[in-house]
Write a new protein. Sequence first.
Length: 218
Amino acid sequence: MKKTLCLVFVVCLLFSLITGAAYAAGDFDDVGENEWFFSGVKYVSTNEILQGVTDTVFEPNAAIDRSTFIAALYKYSVMKGYDVSVWLDTNILSYEDAFDIKEGSFEAFQWACGSGLIPEPDAGATSLGIHEIMSREQLVIFLYDYAVLYGIDPTAGENTNILSYTDVSDMSQEQGYEAFQWACGAGIIVGTSASTIDPSGSLTRAQLATVLMRLSTK
């Protein structure tokens, strides 16, 4: 009887591990193995950096808001073993939208503000912009500053020529050019086509998943 119970327990344990691994590997109805973003989704879901919107739906083409992005980058940092303790004494309650931050993301914003990734607000600034949709340009600027913060080589793209992209002039911030040079040169981001880099385009869940996977190798 005891042997039978032990056998049943082992079978159940193996089943739970197998099914859990399948989900963690990106077992989403809208993420096929032949999709360009499959490996990225597998990476972020397995490491619990960015989960699906449900157990079976990832929504790879959905736009990422600032809150989701900050939370994902914070989880990535913890997973990588980077020091995120700087957030401990950071007070962000003066921002009018601080109380609207999603559950589980408050510490992520404290970390981002405390580390300087979110710069000190200009006089009169009252919002963290937690619901604002992230653009691709905002992504690469943020990640460039992140690379500097955590000792990832930010010089990888010094000699990278991005002027072949026809929409380079669409960048809205001066730092965008340098950030895109680095991101492209380091292989962290690629153009949305052979001739466009789409700096003003919305950052999608699939793009973020893939970018974080590539960043992890640097």
